[in-house]
Ligand binder design. Structure first.
Ligand SMILES: Nc1ncnc2c1ncn2[C@@H]1O[C@H](COP(=O)(O)OP(=O)(O)OP(=O)(O)O)[C@@H](O)[C@H]1O
Length: 231
């Protein structure tokens, strides 16, 4: 599969917030500092932009973008993604049989279906959210810094899981993050976004080891972890 964003322009009433294009075969990481436009990109693809913004999106893919059908989303914070008052089984948009199948796929016990979200750890919750997203059988999975709220061990587990599931379930993957270490083994292609524009893009291994643009070099040297590159 592949996805081409031919043009994405987003304007507020005072300025152009985003003006970019990108294309990838299987997996793409969009990397940039806080305020560069990563979330706006995801919201535009999900059709969830605030009404006050003016957006135009042209894309080319073998599927149409329909939220909750062809396109699914894994948010940054698994602790706030689910209703705390509702059992997990009732939050799956799928039959019990499908829910059990996807829980097994993410290596969670099916008994979790009878629990509340607060009874799971952060890593378990994020795996649950991935299972919920994949149970929709999306063609494109959007990941918004899915490991930011997790400890190191859970982070590794979740990244390995996403990599394995992408091979098994064959969805396109768009990953946005500050943290370059999370994409190296997951995304073949990368785009560096600065103030709403992609300033450098190409194969991840090339960009990480031989960046051409001064801005990319600066981001790489910062390790994306310095305070100045975070909110
Ligand atoms: N509704 C809005 N109206 C006006 N400007 C907005 C709106 N939403 C976002 N912006 C601006 O668009 C720019 C990009 O925001 P966006 O949330 O996409 O950044 P980001 O890269 O996801 O940042 P972070 O890593 O901190 O989440 C920012 O300058 C932000 O202030």
């Amino acid at each position: 599969m592949s996805f081409t964003c031919k043009q994405l322009i987003i304007k507020s009433n005072v300025k152009t917030l985003l003006d970019m294009s990108f294309s990838f075969e299987k997996s793409f990481a969009l990397i940039g500092e806080s305020g560069s436009g990563k979330s706006l990109t995801l919201k535009a693809l999900l059709g969830m932009l605030p009404q006050e913004l003016d957006a135009s999106l042209e894309y080319n893919a073998s599927y149409e973008l329909h939220r909750g059908e062809s396109i699914a989303f894994v948010p940054q914070n698994p602790f706030t993604a689910l209703s705390p008052l509702t059992k997990i089984s009732q939050q799956f948009m799928a039959s019990e049989e499908i829910a059990e199948k996807y829980l097994k796929m993410v290596e969670l016990d099916v008994a979790f279906l009878d629990r509340f979200p607060s009874e799971l750890s952060g890593g378990q919750l994020q795996r649950l959210i991935i299972a919920m997203a994949l149970s929709l059988k999306p063609r494109l999975l959007l990941l918004d810094e899915p490991t930011t709220a997790l400890d190191e061990e859970s982070k590794t587990t979740v990244l390995e899981l996403i990599s394995r599931l992408q091979k098994e379930c064959e969805f396109d993957l768009l990953f946005v993050t500050h943290d370059i270490s999370t994409i190296e083994h997951l995304c073949d292609d990368v785009g560096i976004i600065q103030q709403g524009k992609i300033v450098e893009r190409g194969l991840t291994k090339n960009i990480l080891h031989d960046p051409k643009e001064a801005y990319t070099k600066q981001l790489l040297e910062s390790g994306f972890r310095q305070r100045s590159f975070r909110t």
